[in-house]
Design a protein around this ligand. Structure first.
Ligand SMILES: *[C@@H]1O[C@H](CO)[C@@H](O)[C@H](O)[C@H]1NC(C)=O
Ligand SMILES: *[C@@H]1O[C@H](CO)[C@@H](O)[C@H](O)[C@H]1NC(C)=O
Ligand SMILES: *[C@@H]1O[C@H](CO)[C@@H](O)[C@H](O)[C@H]1NC(C)=O
Ligand SMILES: *[C@@H]1O[C@H](CO)[C@@H](O)[C@H](O)[C@H]1NC(C)=O
Ligand SMILES: *[C@@H]1O[C@H](CO)[C@@H](O)[C@H](O)[C@H]1NC(C)=O
Ligand SMILES: *[C@@H]1O[C@H](CO)[C@@H](O)[C@H](O)[C@H]1NC(C)=O
Length: 375
């Protein structure tokens, strides 16, 4: 009986791993937020809300070209915007600490929760800000969900995306939508037989690629599939090749001063490849990004030979296709999106507070633990 009880308690502890993720490394790790826009907003407003750069939001949503005029581009309510988020390790727990909000006279905790698309609940805002009343001009910390879980799932490299469940969605529909499985979502999120409620937050594992195997000089980068990341002072953009999830990097095309975008002793630019057909097969020379250092972009030529030439159209292609669950990266008119995602946001759904997941788990396990103690 004791062992059964400890099992239940251990399961209870394991179940909470997605909500409160312990950490002991000071290294920040990457994650994503899936933000369902509650009202029309300029890109610059969204960037300010989440304290990230417009360019990084655009890259995460595979929206190019990135120009200064993008800042005032209006994204329509009901669009889903991927927001790159960095999870810090603070007090032994993974947290997102960068978003703050300046309170306006008409704000309530609920309206602030709504502004963040339900990614944070009114209760959570209240508790991290010590229950202070909201006064015009106050700056409050917004505890956004953040989890890395070592950026691994079933041995595969992933970036976790926080997703707010919408009315009418089931675990199955969400799993199908994101190309993952029911059991995977259940195990990642520590769900048993519980049903989903609108406002619940799920962590969705998004396959990712990393520079770890590319022998970069002094940089490490992890990018979720379907997104780009900007690096080397915005000179370089990197993404995962969709077939084999290998990281590929190209000049970003942004209007920033960039030097050394070509490989030394060659006329190939970073991301370019040259194919040489021979009787023996195909010799490929590629100019690849190798990291950056002190304002210098590093690159090198790599020669390889193949029995067949690779599809040479893919090497030169760096123009993104839109992310899978977007009608386009940004919806320009009220979302006519298909059945699954995102559902049109009703007032009621917006007012639903993000469900406090921890409390739910506690409610679930408390009776069991109590039972164990009594036995
Ligand atoms: C850090 O925590 C992990 C478990 O999360 C553990 O396996 C590892 O040994 C810890 N490392 C240190 C240095 O405490
Ligand atoms: C992006 O944001 C960082 C701070 O997060 C800032 O240091 C950097 O200058 C910004 N870059 C651009 C291009 O705005
Ligand atoms: C990566 O995303 C693309 C769409 O952007 C998709 O077609 C492909 O299957 C994804 N690859 C993996 C391994 O999930
Ligand atoms: C291709 O590379 C091989 C060595 O890897 C070399 O022997 C051959 O001459 C090259 N062919 C061409 C057409 O460059
Ligand atoms: C790669 O191949 C090109 C010719 O295709 C040659 O000029 C160059 O020296 C080779 N580089 C290396 C590092 O082997
Ligand atoms: C692809 O290869 C063909 C030869 O098969 C060549 O004519 C064409 O220019 C190449 N395209 C690119 C983009 O390199």
């Amino acid at each position: 009986m004791i062992s059964l009880c400890s099992l239940i308690i251990i399961v209870g502890v394991v179940e909470t791993k997605s909500t409160i993720e312990p950490c002991n490394s000071t290294k920040p790790c990457p994650s994503l937020l899936s933000y369902l826009l509650p009202w029309d907003s300029m890109l610059s407003e969204i960037a300010t809300r989440f304290n990230v750069n417009v360019s990084d939001i655009m890259a995460a949503n595979s929206a190019f070209p990135i120009t200064p005029s993008c800042d005032s581009e209006i994204v329509r309510a009901g669009s889903t915007v991927k927001i790159p988020a960095t999870c810090e390790c603070m007090d032994g727990i993974r947290r997102s600490v960068s978003a703050v909000y300046r309170v306006e006279a008409s704000d309530t905790l609920e309206s602030i929760s709504e502004a963040f698309g339900g990614l944070v609940s009114a209760d959570q805002i209240r508790s991290v800000n010590n229950g202070v009343p909201l006064l015009d001009g106050d700056v409050v910390v917004i505890p956004l969900p953040c989890s890395c879980m070592k950026n691994k799932n079933n041995g595969r490299r992933v970036v976790y995306m926080s997703y707010v469940v919408q009315k009418g969605e089931t675990l199955e529909s969400v799993a199908t939508f994101f190309g993952t499985t029911l059991s995977d979502l259940e195990s990642v999120n520590g769900l048993g037989q519980t049903t989903l409620l609108p406002g619940d937050i799920l962590y969705i594992p998004i396959p990712a690629c990393s520079s770890a195997t590319l022998n970069w000089y002094n940089e490490k980068l992890m990018v979720p599939n379907g997104s780009y990341a900007l690096t080397a002072t915005n000179c370089i953009k990197c993404t995962c090749s969709p077939h084999d999830l290998k990281m590929q990097c190209f000049p970003s095309g942004m209007h920033v001063p960039c030097y050394n975008l070509r490989c030394k002793g060659s006329n190939l630019a970073i991301g370019d490849q040259h194919l040489e057909y021979s009787n023996a097969g195909c010799n490929v020379t590629q100019c690849v990004y190798r990291g950056h250092k002190g304002g210098k972009i590093l690159s090198s030529l790599i020669n390889s030979s193949y029995l067949q030439c690779p599809d040479n159209s893919s090497g030169a292609k760096c123009w993104p296709t839109s992310a899978p669950y977007f009608a386009g990266p940004f919806v320009l008119s009220p979302s006519p999106s298909p059945t699954l995602f995102p559902l049109p946001v009703s007032e009621a759904a917006l007012m639903t507070r993000a469900y406090d997941y921890e409390r739910r788990l506690l409610l679930l396990f408390f009776p069991m633990i109590l039972l164990c103690l009594l036995m």
